[in-house]
Design a protein around this ligand. Sequence first.
Ligand SMILES: Nc1ncnc2c1ncn2[C@@H]1O[C@H](COP(=O)(O)OP(=O)(O)O)[C@@H](O)[C@H]1O
Ligand SMILES: [Mg+2]
Length: 367
Amino acid sequence: MMLTAIGLMSGTSLDGVDVALIETDGRQVRAFGPSGYRPYSEMERRMLRQALYEAVNLPQRDARPGILREAEHVVTLAHAEAVAAFTAQHRISAQEIDIVGFHGQTVLHRPERGMTVQIGDAAALAKSIHIPVMHDFRAADVAAGGQGAPFVPVYHRALAQSLEREGPIVVVNIGGVSNITYIDGTDTLIACDTGPGNALLDDHMYRILNQRFDTAGQTAAQGKVDDAWIRRALTLPFFAKRPPKSLDRNDFAALKVDGMAPADGAATLTAFTAASITRIVPLLPKVPKSWIVAGGGARNLTMLRMLRDRLYPATVEAADGLGWASDAIEAQAFGFLAARGLKGLPLSYPATTGVPIPMTGGVIARP
Ligand SMILES: Nc1ncnc2c1ncn2[C@@H]1O[C@H](COP(=O)(O)OP(=O)(O)O)[C@@H](O)[C@H]1O
Ligand SMILES: [Mg+2]
């Protein structure tokens, strides 16, 4: 049975809410609908940063002390607004949508402590938009001993099915954190977080130049990469670990480029992301032939150039060039995952999150 699903994603970049419509049976995509975006305001973003900071010491995953309660309310409202604006713009009625996949905002990701926490009130959202909402996708995986991330690989596999590229193919998503999906034929699906994405670079741009990000990679393009800094950073134990493995947004926040000129810092952090993505290659079964880059990082042309240099002779293409909606992929993925969750299909596998057996997940809140 085909379902019409809306997926909602608010990633570790804290930039805003992505919305996407998708028609799917949870195995294949029948049609892509439109996508949309509702940015967070500067005030909302500040509150989310504070929530991440305060979440470090959360005693239980459902506790919402201090600013976390207010931040959860802000996240819920922003998503409700995102859906309302999206459905109004495209003249879609609530009855036409079978399910909404609501990821929420991750404020803490500590799978080794059995904790992955996404804030956002699914029951309130369902009531507000009058559509059933599936949420809490990661909890069952973590409870069963998985990393609880990444969750997009099953969707990357569905997208790659119709792609004519020499395998193995890797889809790399450069959000706040970077994650890869390695696809070799229909059977092999391996995934993990690889290291930083845009978060360190965004934080640097914000702190030093008061810009939210390095538009198109222009600042990094003018800087000089500190190769010794990168070699040192890559000695952190995370990079030698085999997949599956996952990260918290702030796992590398202690790595500073403070002594460098602003452009050199941007160049070095951009190269660090490219280098840590490349570092995964020897940990994969075969050397990938084709790389597809998605997420906001695909708009960073310096990042793409550095990836091309490091991954040569493999090909590196931005997902947009394939007709995929780069910015909407993660939102589409959570619509797809909601459809899978409804059908009890696995969301994660031993080779994507390290969960002992293929695991379904998601919890439904009805309006
Ligand atoms: N035009 C652009 N040039 C360079 N980087 C960009 C551009 N647009 C977005 N980005 C980067 O992408 C990030 C958002 O990516 P996104 O895929 O939404 O990540 P997440 O899933 O973590 O929210 C921004 O914070 C920024 O670093
Ligand atoms: Mg985002």
